[in-house]
Structure formats: structure tokens, C-alpha cells
Design a binder for this molecule. Structure first.
Ligand code: NAI
Ligand code: MG
Length: 332
């Protein structure tokens, strides 16, 4: 039995977590969960936003599955997600976006994987506000090392998974300093993997290209903020936030989580689509080499997606979160 740290999170987090747990149990996945939460709920009960018991669990298991955690807008605590990624140097945020039969989309044949640098850039936390002068600074600190690690990871992934091209996305024309390092790092990584094609796009053009002809992209790598925005855009291309998975990966730890947030607008109503969380959990199964279990659950999910009635409302269906999970279980 492999022990995995489970962080249910806020909003729809506990609902989609329950669905995943039920599906894993039905599929006899040899995983036991060590449940630890973080965020406002644990602050209210334990006085800590990220309890030491969660840190201890992750340091022991080295693998986590995490639901979304609410981050207050403006004043308030710093994002728990960002803190966990920085604390454990989970520098790769890997977000596949692929069209799936049964899910209605404007495009067919989209199959790309976005690599987002996950620990630096505009999310470095270097922010000041001088109220007297009315000036705010948010510093986009990127490092040569950080850019080299993420671009190298993207090329290595492309090679391992038989992909052909890596597109480096940047704003090096305007941001002469912090916007240039990722492009330079991309060229360096490309030299190491010459069999993989490389091109680059400026972020604004990239957004336009993605909504016109997304099939032209294969592996995409970019800095933190651009990657955050592009990943939601890519989710929209393939069925929305309810269906796309994600992983935060470091050299010796990984935390898997959906791209979406805590969705307060639908929380507690049984309306959330558990697919994104389930697909993140499937990525986790591949990470811990439980490939057969991953395939079994993927097949059951894909079969269920073909029957719209059995899906949640965001996919045009009528099923509640747990009903959808039960249909998946029926297809195992
Ligand atoms: P959101 O992703 O929570 O919701 C955006 C829209 O997508 C909403 O209309 C929501 O109902 C829908 N949606 C999201 N997930 C869905 C699902 N599984 N099934 C069906 N519909 C779904 O983004 P929003 O509203 O900007 O953020 C809400 C909170 O989540 C904020 O506090 C934000 O900081 C946090 N957040 C946390 C993340 C994480 O923990 N990794 C990631 C993104 C946001
Ligand atoms: Mg985001």
C-alpha cells in the first residue's frame, strides 16, 4: 500500500475529493490516504494555515493529492498553494489539455501539455506598497537556474512522451530582463534535446494563436503568471475548468491538483465536476507507477463521458457529483 497525503481543500474541494476516494476504493487502488487540510478551515480550528502535521505528512509520503484552497483577494494571507509550491520547490506545474470524445468543444484534436514555472516570476512574493506615494511594486524575480530547470523539464517530458515540439512563451520584447531568461534557457535546453523541435511565441500572440488554431501546439513552457493564465485559457479549449488536471512536481516530491479553484459559486450543492480532480489523481497514479490502475479508471471515465446524461451540468448533463462518480464506478 502506498500512502498519499490527501488535502481536501475548500469550497467544492471536499465534494470532489469524496468522489475520487470512492472511485479509487471501487477500483481497488492500493493507496491509503493520510488526510490533512490547510487554509482558513485549519486556521479556524488549529490556528495554523499550513499545519505542521501536513508538512510532516508530505515530507514522509512525498506524494500529495490536493483539492483547491481559497485565497482571499487583496489583504489577507498569502496563497497556500504558492507557499506549498515554494516550500517544497515544486518548480514544474504540468497541465495537460486534450480534447476528449463526449466533451463538447469548439475544436477537435487539441492535445497539448503546458509547463508553467511554479515558484518564481511575479508570484515570488516580493511586493511593497508605499501608501504615502501611492506606489505599488510587485517584482517578477526570475532566475537563470529556475528558467533552466523548467525548460529542461519540458524538453525531457517531450522526449519521454514522444512529443515533437516545445514552444517557449515569453515577453522578451518588452521585459528585457525578466522576460528574456526563459527564452535563453529554452535555447540551452533545446541544444541538449536537438531531436525535439523548438519555437517561441510572445505571450499576446500566443493567446491569439491558441484560440484560433490550438492544434499547432504540443508542449508549451512559460513563466509563472503567463502559465497561470494560459492554463485556464487551455482549459476553456477542451471543456472547461471541470475537466483539466494538473501536477506540481519537484525533484523529490509531487502534489497533484486540478487547475480550477474552490468554485464558491457552486460549493456545497453537488454540482461540481469531479473529472479534473480525478484526472489529477490519475496523473498521480502514473507518477507512483500504478499504470494499470490509472488506465482502468481512465477507461471508465472516458466511457462515462460519452453518455452526457450521466455527466455533471457543466458538461451538459444532469448528474450530481456523486451520481457521476457512481456511473464511473459502474463502468470500471
Ligand atoms: P474557480 O476555478 O474556483 O471557478 C471559476 C469558474 O469555474 C466558476 O464559475 C466555477 O463554478 C467553475 N468551476 C471550477 N471548477 C469547477 C468544477 N470542478 N466543476 C464545475 N465547475 C467548476 O476560480 P475563481 O472563482 O477565480 O476562484 C475561487 C477561489 O479559488 C479563489 O479563492 C482562488 O484564489 C482559489 N483558487 C485556488 C486554486 C488552487 O487551490 N489551486 C486555483 C485557482 C483558484
Ligand atoms: Mg490559476
Amino acid at each position: 500500500m502506498k500512502v498519499v497525503t490527501l488535502i481536501p481543500g475548500d469550497g467544492i474541494g471536499p465534494e470532489i475529493t469524496e468522489a475520487v476516494k470512492k472511485i479509487f476504493a471501487a477500483a481497488n487502488v492500493p493507496v491509503t490516504w493520510e488526510e490533512e487540510n490547510a487554509g482558513q478551515t485549519t486556521f479556524d480550528s488549529k490556528g495554523e494555515l499550513i499545519p505542521q502535521s501536513l508538512i510532516d505528512s508530505l515530507e514522509k509520503t512525498r506524494v500529495g493529492l490536493k483539492g483547491p484552497i481559497t485565497t482571499p483577494v487583496g489583504k489577507g494571507f498569502k496563497s497556500i498553494n504558492v507557499q506549498l509550491r515554494q516550500k517544497f520547490d515544486l518548480y514544474q506545474n504540468v497541465r495537460p489539455a486534450c480534447t476528449t470524445p463526449g466533451i463538447d468543444t469548439k475544436f477537435e484534436g487539441v492535445d497539448l501539455v503546458l509547463f508553467r514555472e511554479n515558484t518564481e516570476g511575479l508570484y515570488s512574493g516580493l511586493e511593497t506598497y508605499d501608501a504615502r506615494l501611492g506606489i505599488a511594486d510587485s517584482i517578477a524575480r526570475v532566475t537563470v537556474e529556475g528558467c533552466e530547470k523548467i525548460t529542461r523539464a519540458a524538453f525531457a517530458y517531450a522526449k519521454k512522451h514522444g512529443r515533437k515540439k516545445v514552444t517557449v512563451v515569453h515577453k522578451a520584447n518588452i521585459l528585457k530582463m525578466a522576460g528574456t531568461l526563459i527564452l535563453e534557457a529554452g535555447k540551452k535546453a533545446h541544444a541538449e534535446f536537438p531531436e525535439i523541435e523548438m519555437d517561441d511565441k510572445i505571450i499576446d500572440n500566443m493567446c491569439m494563436q491558441l484560440v484560433v488554431k490550438p492544434q499547432q501546439f504540443d508542449v508549451v513552457v512559460t513563466t509563472n503568471l503567463f502559465g497561470d493564465i494560459l492554463s485556464d485559457l487551455c482549459a476553456g479549449l477542451v471543456g472547461g475548468l471541470g475537466v483539466v488536471s494538473g501536477a506540481n512536481i519537484g525533484d523529490d516530491m509531487a502534489i497533484f491538483e486540478a487547475v480550477h479553484g474552490s468554485a464558491p459559486d457552486i460549493a456545497g450543492k453537488g454540482l461540481a465536476n469531479p473529472t479534473a480532480m480525478l484526472r489529477s489523481a490519475i496523473m498521480m497514479l502514473h507518477h507512483i507507477d500504478l499504470h494499470d490502475h490509472a488506465s482502468k479508471i481512465t477507461n471508465a471515465l472516458n466511457k462515462t463521458l460519452l453518455n452526457k446524461e450521466q455527466c455533471t451540468g457543466d458538461l451538459g448533463g444532469k448528474a450530481k457529483t456523486m451520481e457521476f462518480a457512481d456511473y464511473i464506478i459502474g463502468n470500471l
